[in-house]
Design a protein around this ligand. Structure first.
Ligand code: Z5A
Length: 210
């Protein structure tokens, strides 16, 4: 690789697109090529951040600003305790959601000004951004039907309506136009999505080696 630092890959997308399903595939693919890989998630990844996740998902009302600040409080802990140390020792970090989710859910979904999110991003993360963002995309009805078929208790975010998840999806699709992002069609079978993932991961590895 071009320097000693590991690489930071995030999986993103709206509800039920298959992030949790495909995370082990990504991790196993990279490990099979001899890389040290840490698999983690947001909100979460440390004792403090998992505690915040419980609060965040709890089924009661919460102002959008509280959501935003809780997410960055969790992220600060996750970064300092898990993500940065791993990257610094050369490990690759594969994370189920990161700050793109904040732009999509709190920005698109809740209507918080993206400039405020960007300010917190700069303060909490400094220069750190994911090296690669894999955005799984599927029509809202497809993702919601999958999530509903699997679901136990509905959390505070899952209880939102289709219009909320349409806004989330549109922010993801727009953000996926940036360099370093890859947009995958996640509406097909698990095998079809993993074929795309394999191709993208091969491309990432050859790019990182060059
Ligand atoms: N959140 C936020 O608002 N702001 C932030 O900054 C961050 C997060 C970081 C985390 O909850 C919530 O936090 C999330 C956003 C918010 N809320 N929502 N919605 P979570 O981690 O519990 O929920 P999630 O991230 O949305 O995960 P999910 O709903 O479980 O979606 P998923 O991981 O993408 O899907 P999955 O569990 O892999 O798949 C769902 C089901 O579909 C499952 O039964 C699979 O077997 C099935 N599946 C998956 N792929 C396929 C295909 N291709 N075909 C058929 N069936 C499939």
């Amino acid at each position: 690789m071009s320097n000693g630092r590991g690489r930071f890959i995030t999986l993103e997308g709206a509800e039920g697109v298959g992030k949790s399903t495909h995370l082990p595939f990504v991790t196993d693919f990279l490990r099979a090529r001899g890389l040290e890989v840490i698999q983690t998630r947001e909100p979460g990844g440390t004792a403090l951040a998992e505690g915040i996740r419980g609060l965040f998902l709890a089924a009661h009302e919460m102002p959008p600003e509280s959501e935003l600040l809780l997410l960055f409080a969790a992220r600060a802990s996750h970064l300092r305790e898990v993500i940065l140390p791993a990257l610094q020792r050369g490990a690759w970090v594969v994370c189920d959601r990161f700050t793109d989710a904040t732009y999509a859910y709190q920005g698109g979904g809740r209507g918080i000004d993206a400039a405020w999110i960007a300010e917190l991003e700069a303060r909490v993360q400094g220069e750190l951004r994911p090296d690669w963002v894999l955005v799984l995309d599927a029509p809202v009805a497809v993702g919601r039907a999958r999530a509903a078929a699997r679901r136990g208790v509905v959390d505070r975010i899952e209880g939102e309506g289709d219009a909320f998840f349409e806004r989330v999806r549109q922010v993801y699709r727009m953000r996926a136009q940036q360099p370093g992002y890859r947009l995958l069609d996640a509406s097909g079978s698990i095998d079809t999505v993993q074929l795309q993932l394999r191709q993208i991961l091969e491309d990432i590895l050859s790019h990182e080696r060059s």
